[in-house]
Design a binder for this molecule. Structure first.
Ligand code: ARG
Length: 293
């Protein structure tokens, strides 16, 4: 029998007609950008000849971490590894659903060692870790909505990984093809706001992907090209607060209008590598304790 979990996500309307949003406390994994740099280019944002400032990256990242803590979320830390300048992008490290960890397997050699580093972190803490057979870049391309996993492909994650994820993580996977190299990971083109709510940039997807998204989420917030270009979709939501780049002004207005509380962040240093708040944040979804236990 299918258990009805929908009531937990039902929104009650406030007198003004806007839904009242409730926070679901989260557990995140982050990695300090002490070794951050742009020394290779694997996406159109990365220009190794431009200077970077690791100290500024750390300050911006610390601000993100303290925002999470201030909102009542837990933040776990993984030790940064010298020589892995993109390790700050923890979202790429794995996908965790119900205590099961699908390890990442990176497309590019430059990031390959990050996969085992993150997998070891989870193994050392007793998680059930599955070493991936196919290339996948963790939550960069796998976004979990509660009932399903939205899965990107086209630039990084191999589409054959989608069946592997569905099988191991136990949720239906919806494949979405990405077409704009600026938005090479799904989390640069789409953000999950709540159980059944998302925002996305339609032009980052094929016509088929757009049709799928329209059918599944007819009320989704559609981002403008300006929103997407400032990484406005690289956002993290706890069901009420949405952390996103402060330059994404149109999305910020839309989020207020729907009863969310947008919080603008500045991660300009990390944007030089093609990442922002979501890229820095891996959600650890632990197994729900057994009823009655
Ligand atoms: N420089 C990194 C790369 O190109 C950025 C990764 C951003 N992470 C993300 N989840 N979108 O792989």
């Amino acid at each position: 029998m299918q258990q009805d979990t929908s009531s937990a996500h039902r929104k009650t309307a406030a007198p003004g007609g806007r839904p009242v949003r409730t926070v679901r406390p989260r557990r995140y994994l982050m990695c300090s950008p002490v070794h951050f740099d742009v020394v290779y280019s694997i996406n159109p944002w990365m220009e190794p000849e431009k200077p970077t400032d690791a100290a500024l990256a750390v300050a911006q990242w610390e601000r993100l971490r303290s925002l999470y803590l201030g909102l009542g979320h837990e933040v776990e830390l993984i030790e940064p590894v010298a020589g892995l300048p993109d390790m700050v992008f923890a979202a790429n490290g794995a996908t965790v659903v119900d205590g099961r960890v699908l390890a990442a397997r990176f497309r590019h050699e430059q990031r390959a060692a990050e996969g085992p580093a993150y997998a070891d972190w989870f193994r050392a803490r007793g998680y059930d870790v599955h070493d991936a057979f196919h290339v996948n870049e963790g939550e960069g391309d796998y976004l979990v909505t509660g009932d399903r996993i939205l899965a990107g492909t086209g630039f990084r994650t191999d589409r054959r990984s989608h069946a592997e994820a569905e099988h191991f993580l136990g949720l239906p996977v919806v494949t979405l093809d990405l077409v704009d190299p600026r938005f090479y990971h799904l989390d640069t083109a789409l953000a999950v706001l709540d159980h059944e709510e998302i925002m996305y940039y339609p032009a980052a997807f094929t016509a088929e992907g757009r049709a799928t998204l329209r059918e599944l989420y007819p009320d989704a917030i559609e981002a403008t090209e300006d929103d997407a270009a400032v990484f406005g979709l690289n956002a993290v939501s706890d069901g009420r607060h949405v952390l996103l780049p402060e330059q994404a002004t149109h999305l910020i207005d839309e989020l207020w209008a729907r009863g969310f509380v947008p919080i603008g962040v500045d991660l300009s240093e990390l944007l030089k590598s093609g990442g922002s708040s979501k890229c820095c944040t891996l959600e650890i979804r632990d197994a729900e304790p057994e009823a009655g236990a």
